[in-house]
Write a protein that binds this ligand. Structure first.
Ligand code: GLA
Length: 335
């Protein structure tokens, strides 16, 4: 039977006493998923459109059109907006780190550019962004390495992180400022994130939250690891936001490419995982200040290209026809 969008509960209403429910959008899904967005989501974030290479492709040349449109759409529909992201090693233009002759720019010059980027972007949207991912993914994945090798680290030094938060706070003091990362629930990386955030707090750097990207799957991480991560970060006085949630149909080791739709077993497991994740989120509603999916429906997900290029994935609670899946019912039927 055709499912009518009007006949199902709205996620944002079901969660109104808990936290805003967010979705990452792009220039296409803001139109194709418009009705689903309006009904179920009260927070938006830009999948790519507010990253440094998109907002300032050339020095001093800012391109705000798409971001303005997204923030306008959010405003019209009483939705909040998460800013993503100000400082990152990826999707950041090379000119930030170079002189015009191609040589490496000085620390001072790079920091001045960082400050200019942050104050222009966060200044333009001042008061309209409730939380910013100020620094994204600065922790290394290698077990024995603390900070990720990047141009920021190499050319500015460890305090590039402090500076980013300071600049953002100066320009928009009411926005909650986040450190955001993936594999955030695995104990090894968790402890490094904890150590970084603790040192920032001790230095008086204006940081207010930790973003758990939550690129999870049907097998990992464990529920205990998720709880421990939330508690560990919250013990530093941080708010927690789930910033990029998707629940891949494949475990990390599963590199199969022959499925054209999720098997019944995958669908059931995914629904069960969603149920358990949201149960945890509700338990920690005092510290969790939003939960954002990294997309809207299974019609589009970055996981179609990662980690296996061209393999279809179905990570959300709405299917490719924008209909509620079992995963949806498992997160709304709890009362
Ligand atoms: C990371 C980034 C996001 C996005 C995803 C992949 O998690 O924070 O902006 O690029 O990777 O879509």
């Amino acid at each position: 039977m055709e499912q009518n969008i009007k006949d199902i509960p709205s996620l944002q209403s079901v969660y109104k006493d808990y936290f805003p429910i967010g979705a990452a959008i792009n220039a296409r899904t803001i139109d194709t998923e418009k009705n689903l967005l309006k009904k179920h989501f009260n927070s938006l974030t830009a999948e790519n459109e507010m990253k440094p290479e998109n907002l300032q492709p050339k020095e001093g040349v800012f391109t705000f059109d798409v971001a303005d449109k997204m923030i306008g759409f959010a405003k019209q529909n009483n939705m909040r907006f998460r800013g993503h992201t100000l400082v990152w090693h990826n999707q950041t233009p090379e000119w930030m780190f170079a002189n015009s002759d191609g040589s490496v720019a000085s620390r001072e010059k790079i920091l001045a550019r960082m400050e200019n980027h942050i104050s222009t972007v966060a200044g333009r949207y001042k008061g309209q962004i409730y939380s910013w991912d100020v620094v994204n993914e600065a922790i290394a994945d290698e077990e024995k390495v603390f900070l990720r090798q990047s141009k920021w680290l190499e050319l500015v030094g460890e305090d590039f992180i402090d500076k980013a938060f300071e600049y953002a706070h100066k320009v928009d003091p009411s926005a909650a400022l986040f450190y955001n990362d993936y594999n955030e629930s695995f104990p090894g990386k968790r402890e490094k994130i904890y150590r970084l955030v603790k040192s920032l707090v001790e230095k008086g750097v204006p940081i207010h939250g930790v973003g758990l990207q939550a690129h999870w799957n049907i097998a990992e991480p464990s529920l205990d690891n998720i709880r421990e991560a939330i508690e560990r970060y919250a013990s530093l006085g941080m708010q927690i936001q789930i910033t990029e949630m998707d629940v891949s149909a494949f475990s990390w080791e599963d590199k199969r490419t022959d499925l054209v739709k999720p098997t019944a077993q995958i669908a059931e497991l995914q629904a069960q995982r969603y149920e358990e994740f949201f149960k945890i989120f509700r338990e920690y509603k005092e510290v969790i200040t939003s939960v954002t999916f990294w997309g809207v429906s299974d019609s589009y997900t970055w996981l179609n290209d990662f980690p296996v290029r061209g393999r279809k994935n179905w990570p959300f609670v709405f299917d490719a026809n924008q209909h509620a899946k079992d995963s949806f019912w498992k997160i709304v039927d709890f009362k």
